[in-house]
Write a protein that binds this ligand. Structure first.
Ligand code: NCD
Length: 307
């Protein structure tokens, strides 16, 4: 592994397998009475979330605590950021505290990379603008493998040739980007679908683009549903009342799906928009993804520390 965890583009198959193998162990640990393994004892992890988060932030912080690290979180709205301090100055000051890891979420694409260049601490990208969200891709692949090959999956080979449809706001989605790069590298057969405004520039990914929801659903082994990111779209992507009919899934549209299709969503879910409540609660793997996220993040943190 390199110093930082910023993108799935530079991860080798061996890197991905090492993360997922280790995550299997941490998932078992998470189900046991004592969930701690103090591999990061004496180290500190600073989470700096300049954008909203529930799952990713809690999961990184819990992962770091279960590894025995000192965990601090910066709240930009009550930090000197609110007084106008620049990102570089904030990072330089925090680095002076001999912090071992930064877990960063930022609204600017490239922010995590920028920070990584300006600190000797390990930097983990917890989502930068519309760019990447690499730990989400790792936990998605982990979840898919557990279902395609069982919890003791041996390697990454079930992803090769798997038909994976990513549906929704591809244009604004860092989850889509990190998943596309990682899964394409593992040989997945990826199809994209969403409202036309959400498929702008999608041809750069060299994936199939479905013409309609039925085409995106039928034959797929995995559906990854994405939230429409209205906070990023400045009205260019309106959310019409018809969205669920043309781009969302429910019990009825799933009649076109393969039996046992795996349904993922990174959260937060707009119930009844990208998926119905019934599909979210009864069929989707959304809550398993959240459970796996802690284990996968423990794996990434400990591997970066060479522990
Ligand atoms: C995603 C994100 O923030 O990129 N959520 C997450 O991290 N679990 C997706 C989203 O916000 O829609």
């Amino acid at each position: 592994m390199q110093k930082d965890f910023l993108s799935t583009q530079n991860l080798s198959k061996d890197d991905i397998l090492a993360i997922l193998e280790r995550a299997k162990h941490f998932k078992k640990l998470g189900k046991s009475e004592n969930k701690h393994e103090n591999l990061l004892e004496g180290k500190s992890v600073l989470s700096a979330f300049f954008e909203n988060s529930t799952r990713t932030r809690m999961s990184f912080e819990l992962a770091a605590k279960r590894l025995g690290a000192d965990v601090l979180s910066l709240n930009p709205s009550i930090s000197s950021t609110a007084k106008g301090e620049s990102l570089i100055d904030t990072i330089k000051n925090l680095s002076s505290m001999q912090n071992s890891f930064f877990v960063v979420r930022h609204f600017n694409s490239g922010a995590a990379q920028f920070i990584a260049k300006n600190t000797s601490a390990h930097v983990l990208n917890a989502g930068d603008g519309c760019n990447e969200h690499p730990s989400q891709a790792m936990l998605d692949i982990f979840t898919i493998l557990e279902h395609l090959d069982g919890v003791n999956f041996k390697d990454l080979s079930p992803i090769k040739g798997a038909k994976i449809s990513i549906i929704g706001d591809i244009f604004h989605s860092r989850v889509a980007r990190s998943n596309i790069y990682a899964m394409q590298g593992l040989g997945a057969d990826i199809t994209l679908f969403g409202p036309p405004a959400c498929l702008r520039h999608a041809s750069v990914f060299k994936c199939k683009i479905a013409k309609n929801l039925k085409e995106a659903i039928s034959g797929a082994d995995v559906l990854i549903m994405l939230r429409i990111q209205l906070e990023r779209s400045k009205d260019e992507v309106a959310l019409p009342a018809e969205y669920p009919k043309y781009f969302g899934i429910n019990e009825n549209s799933l009649k076109d799906a393969k039996k046992g299709v795996l349904i993922l969503h990174p959260g937060p879910v707009n119930r009844g928009v990208e998926m119905s409540s019934g599909v979210l609660d009864n069929t989707s793997l959304a809550y398993e993804q959240v459970e796996n996220g802690v284990a996968v993040r423990m794996a990434i943190l400990s591997l970066l520390a060479n522990k």
